[in-house]
Design a binder for this molecule. Structure first.
Ligand code: PLP
Length: 434
C-alpha cells in the first residue's frame, strides 16, 4: 500500500513539471493577472496525499493548520472556516452571544465600518440585525482614520469592524485604543493583509477577533477557506460553537467525553444527562473546512514569508516605476506601517484629461488585469439601498473611489518583466493623453 502511495506521489511530482506553464512572457499577449494562487509541487502532492487518504472532513490537518497558523499570526487560537466571509459572519455573530452577558450586542446596536470595501466585511453586521455606520476613507491609503471613527461613535455604537485596505494597515493601534476607551469590540478583517505590520506589530493582533481569507487571490490559499483568530479563549469557544452547529460540546469529531461529563450535564430544560454532544448553546452554522483544504494550507503556510516579501517587492517596483506620473494618485503606506500588499491602487485625478475607463480599457487590451476597489461605495449598490444604516460625515472619497479608482496586481507570480510592462503601459497611456 505504502509503495503504491509513494508511486502516486512521485508521479504527481512529475506531473507537476508536465503541467507547469513555462512559456516566456510575451508583452500584450501573456495575461498579467491581478491576483491568483501560487501553487508548487508540494501543494499538488499535499492535495493528492490528502485525497488518497480520503481525509474528506475536518480532521488532523485542520487542527495542525489551526495551531501553526495561530502561532504564526501571534494568536492562541485559530478556527478554520469555509471562507473569509464565513469567518467575518462568525466573528460578528460571536459578539451577540448570550455568554457575553451585558456586553452582548443586541439588534439595533451600531457597528462602525467603512463604506468603500468588500461587501462581506459589512454584511455580517446587517445579518445580525445590527446597524452599519459608514465612515469615509482617504485617497492614497484607501483606509479610514481614527479621527473619522471617533467622530462616528454614538450612544448605540458597540463595535467596529474594518478591513485593512488592499493590505495597507489602517491606524489600528489608535482605533483599538478608541475601542477600549468606549467599551467597543473591534474586529480586524485581515483578509487582505496577512503579514502586514503597524507599529512593528502584526495586523490582526490589535482587535478582539480577526479574520483571514484563503480564496486564491489572497496571501495564502486553500482554494476556498478562511479563519477566525483570537487570543481571547472565551471568544474562541463562542466562535467554535457557532462554527460547529452551535453545539456546546468541544470534543473534536471522532472524540468523545473529553470533559469526562458527557452524560452528566443538565442545560436548558433538557433532561439530566442529555448527551453533551447534542446540546446546542448557540444558534449556529456548519462553517468548517475540510482536511483537503487544510493540507494545502499547510504547504502554503511554509511559503508565507516568501509570498509577503514578493508582494512588497512587486508593489515597490510599481511604485518606483510610476513615481511622478501626472494625473494619477499613487498609493501610499499608512504611516508607521509595513504593508504586505494585496494590490496596487491607482486613482485617476478628477481633473485628469482622460478617464479611468479609457486607462483601464488600454491596460486590459494589453492583457493587464485590473480590478475595482471591490464594491466602491457600498451604500450605492442595490443590495444596500434599503438597509437601515447611518452615514457619519460624508462619503466624498468613497464616491471618488467608486468613479476613479482601480488596482493592478502585485501577487508573487508576477515577474519584474511583467511589472515593468505595466509601468511602461501606464506611462505610455498618460504620456499620449497629456
Ligand atoms: C477584505 C475582505 N474581506 C472578506 C473577504 C471575503 O473572503 P472570501 O472570498 O474567502 O469569502 C474578502 C474577499 O476577497 C476581502 O477582500
Amino acid at each position: 500500500m505504502k509503495a503504491h502511495k509513494e508511486l502516486i506521489l512521485d508521479a504527481t511530482r512529475k506531473f507537476h513539471v508536465d503541467a507547469s506553464d513555462d512559456r516566456p512572457f510575451i508583452p500584450g499577449t501573456t495575461e498579467i493577472w491581478p491576483a491568483g494562487a501560487c501553487l508548487d509541487e508540494h501543494d499538488r502532492t499535499a492535495l493528492v496525499e490528502a485525497a488518497l487518504e480520503m481525509r474528506i472532513a475536518a480532521g488532523k490537518s485542520s487542527r495542525t493548520f489551526e495551531s501553526r497558523f495561530a502561532r504564526k499570526l501571534g494568536h492562541r487560537k485559530a478556527h478554520l472556516t469555509n471562507s473569509g466571509s464565513s469567518a467575518n459572519l462568525l466573528a460578528m455573530t460571536a459578539f451577540t452571544s448570550h455568554l457575553l452577558e451585558d456586553r452582548a450586542l443586541r439588534p439595533g446596536d451600531e457597528v462602525i465600518t467603512v463604506a468603500a470595501g468588500f461587501p462581506t466585511t459589512v454584511n455580517p453586521i446587517i445579518q445580525n440585525g445590527l446597524v452599519p455606520v459608514f465612515v469615509d476613507i482617504e485617497l492614497g491609503t484607501y483606509n479610514t482614520t481614527a479621527d473619522r471613527v471617533a467622530q462616528a461613535i454614538g450612544p448605540r455604537t458597540r463595535a467596529i469592524m474594518i478591513a485593512h485596505a488592499l493590505g495597507n494597515p489602517y491606524e489600528v493601534a489608535e482605533i483599538a485604543r478608541l475601542a477600549d476607551d468606549h467599551g467597543l469590540f473591534l474586529i480586524e478583517d485581515n483578509c487582505d493583509a496577512v503579514g502586514s505590520t503597524y507599529d512593528g506589530r502584526l495586523t490582526g493582533t490589535f482587535g478582539d477577533l480577526t479574520t483571514v481569507s484563503f480564496y486564491p487571490a489572497h496571501h495564502l490559499t486553500m482554494g476556498e477557506g478562511g479563519c477566525v483568530l483570537t487570543s481571547n479563549l472565551a471568544l474562541a469557544r463562542i466562535v467554535e460553537s457557532l462554527r460547529d452547529w452551535g453545539r456546546d460540546c468541544w470534543c473534536e469529531p471522532g472524540e468523545t467525553n473529553k470533559c469526562l461529563k458527557r452524560f452528566t450535564y443538565q442545560m436548558g430544560t433538557l433532561p439530566e444527562g442529555y448527551d453533551h454532544k447534542y446540546i446546542f448553546s448557540h444558534v449556529g452554522y456548519n462553517m468548517k473546512a475540510t482536511d483537503i483544504q487544510a493540507a494545502l494550507g499547510l504547504t502554503q503556510l511554509d511559503k508565507l514569508d516568501d509570498f509577503c516579501a514578493a508582494r512588497r517587492h512587486n508593489w515597490n517596483r510599481l511604485r518606483e516605476g510610476l513615481d511622478g506620473v501626472p494625473h494619477l494618485i499613487l498609493p501610499r503606506a499608512t504611516e508607521r506601517s509595513d504593508p504586505s500588499w494585496f494590490g496596487f491602487a491607482l486613482t485617476v485625478d478628477t481633473e485628469a484629461p482622460f478617464t479611468r475607463a479609457a486607462l483601464v480599457d488600454f491596460l486590459e487590451n494589453r492583457r493587464i488585469g485590473t480590478r475595482r476597489l471591490f464594491a466602491g461605495n457600498l451604500t450605492r449598490h442595490p443590495a444596500y439601498l434599503n438597509q437601515t444604516h447611518r452615514v457619519a460625515g460624508d462619503l466624498t472619497n468613497s464616491d471618488i473611489v467608486t468613479e476613479q479608482t482601480f488596482w493592478t496586481g502585485v501577487y508573487p507570480a508576477l515577474t519584474d518583466e511583467m511589472l515593468d510592462y505595466v509601468v511602461q503601459s501606464v506611462r505610455e497611456f498618460v504620456g499620449a493623453h497629456t
